[in-house]
Design a protein around this ligand. Sequence first.
Ligand code: C5P
Length: 230
Amino acid sequence: MTIGGSQADAPVVAIDGPSGSGKGTISQLLAARLGWHYLDSGALYRLTALAAARHGVALDDAAGLARLAAALDVRFEIDGDGERTLLDGAPVGSELRSETTGDGASRVAALPEVRAALLGRQRAFRDTPGLVADGRDMGTVVFPSAEIKIFLTASPEARVERRYKQLKEKGIDANLAGLSEELAERDRRDSERDAAPLRPASDAVVVDSTALDIAACLDRCLEIVRQRLS
Ligand code: C5P
C-alpha cells in the first residue's frame, strides 16, 4: 500500500517535540490504534539531506536544495515485510535514521525555501479517516487547524538514552557522549531558527514523557485524542 491521498477536512492529530521525545514511536502506535494515516515529516527532511549528498548539492545551496526537495521521488510503503522508504525507486536503509542524516536534515530544515517546497507534500497526507502527523511544526505551520495538538517532550537525559537505544536496535553505531552533544546541537538549531522553530502551538497539550513508558505515554495521548474528539 502506498501512503498518501488527500482530504482537506479529515481530522489531524499533530504531534511535535524535540528529538528523542518518543514522538515517532507514539505517533505510529497512535495511528495504528486509531486506524489513521501516518506522516513522518522528519523523514522528508532526512531524505532531502540524503538526496543532496547523492546529487552533490551543498547543504547551504538554498535554491538547489529547494529544487531537490520539490522533485523528491519518495514513496512510503507498508507491506507484509513492514515499512519501507524508497528514494528514487530504491529502498533507503539504516542511513535514513543515522545522526549524520539527522544533522543534515536539521541544516536543510532551517532554510525557508526547503520548508516551502515540502509544505504541499506534507498537507497531501491529510486523508480520511484521519492523520497522525509527527514533526516539529505540525501544529504551528503545516496543520494549524489540527483538531488535536500534542507537544511531547522529555528530559534531555531521557531523550539521549532513548535515541541511543533506538540507534543500537537499528544496528547503527553510536556513543552516548557524542550523541548527547549532537542532539543538543540539533535541538538548539531547530528551536532557534527563524523558519518554523520548534515550539508548542498555543493550543497544544504538553505531555512530559520522562517518567512514562511507551504504554503509559500512548494511553495519555489516546485519552487526549478521545477527549478532543468527543
Ligand atoms: O524527527 P527527525 O529526527 O526525523 O527530524 C530530523 C530533522 O528534520 C529535525 O532535527 C528537524 O530539523 C527537521 N524537521 C523539521 N520539521 C519537521 C520535522 C523534522 O524541521 N516537521
